[in-house]
Design a protein around this ligand. Sequence first.
Ligand SMILES: Cc1cc2nc3c(=O)[nH]c(=O)nc-3n(C[C@H](O)[C@H](O)[C@H](O)COP(=O)(O)OP(=O)(O)OC[C@H]3O[C@@H](n4cnc5c(N)ncnc54)[C@H](O)[C@@H]3O)c2cc1C
Length: 397
Amino acid sequence: MPIGYWESEHLLAPADLTIIGAGIVGMSTALHYKAQHPAQQVRILERDMLGEGGTTRNAGFACFGGPGEWLDDLKAIGASRWLDLIRMRAEGLRALVELLGEEALGLEWSGGWELFDRSEAGVARACEVEQALPELNAAVQPLMASILGHLVPHPMDTPALVHAPERAAHFEAHAAIHLPWEGMLHTGRMVAAFHKALHAADIQCLNGCTVSATVPPEVAGDNWSIQTARGPLLSRSIALCTNGFAQEILPMAAVVPAPNRVLVVSPQQMPPAGAYHIENGYLYFRTLPGGQVLFGGGRHFGIELPPFPDSDSAAESRWDTLLEEAATRWLGPLDAVSHRWTGWLGVGADREPLLGSTAPGFHHAVRMGGMGVAMGCGLGLQLAGNIGRETRPPLQQ
Ligand SMILES: Cc1cc2nc3c(=O)[nH]c(=O)nc-3n(C[C@H](O)[C@H](O)[C@H](O)COP(=O)(O)OP(=O)(O)OC[C@H]3O[C@@H](n4cnc5c(N)ncnc54)[C@H](O)[C@@H]3O)c2cc1C
């Protein structure tokens, strides 16, 4: 169906900035940009009715990773890049709280725990963490205090990592490390708060709108031309925020979609409230407000799922069986599994996000890995700043 007069003249008139993807990154880019440029037209195009990536399907850990995962990162990318990653997560979380408010996010500073099981690998990893603990604390504690100290209700000198033998005993684990600066938020409330803020800021959000390609101004005229099923939409600038799906529009982006499965289970005995990392962050669980436990992860199971939107129920069921076995090991017998779903991460060779620009007026922030709740809003802030600094005159409407 072609675009009609009222649509092209008003509803779908050229925008100053069009953001592709209504995840945390896209929505926060829109809000930050509009706050800096209130007179400009900002539009978001999202192909799903809510979002098909990670933003409405994540676990809601307001976290920075755990020591097991940090040791892997330290080996892989060195101390300076590893610390930059932690800083990015903490700054992103601060930006999210400042943008939407703790209450709207349902954020609780509950603390997190990394648990090490009694397997040979679990004991060996706990031993490595034990040796590195003073060094990790010395590097991470000042970051937490300076970035989150005014938000988190702890004394400023609270360490980043603390031995928690009583938590290890509760889970019959070999060891447990407490992460006092970590929190949990309510993902549904976070997304609802974004929607409310977009509406209040007069940002147009068009759902059910898949972008198939973008055509640059030198070919299309004065503006970028964004191809949709309803025809081309024009925009002065574009921000690509499609995370794991970025290659569909920007084939050179070094990011691929990776599935993650999540269950909501009812254990016969509830664990102490909090967020838990296990098996180097490949598995995780957290308590939910309604007295259930969200249990997810399992990328290390090595089970392939077909690319979205296809599904393979046999593979999903194999994945879920392994997750249920792990949930039973950690939580004891389960009465029920009430929800099962897949969410899509954007991953690459390392854990750092990709933020940049590939042509005048074409910007991107993608590859959030498993930490986009923490990092996403900070990346949106940076992306909005990058777009604003580009000297492209706004549209004359
Ligand atoms: C199961 C799971 C648990 C997680 N748990 C946590 C956690 O506890 N803590 C944490 O920090 N992070 C977590 N994450 C990661 C976090 O959710 C993501 O990193 C974050 O949501 C990414 O946000 P985003 O805006 O970059 O991308 P997304 O949320 O993936 O949004 C991208 C959007 O782009 C849209 N899109 C794609 N292609 C097109 C197109 N061609 N046209 C129009 N729209 C398009 C998609 O529909 C999607 O809505 C988890 C992720 C998953 C999957």
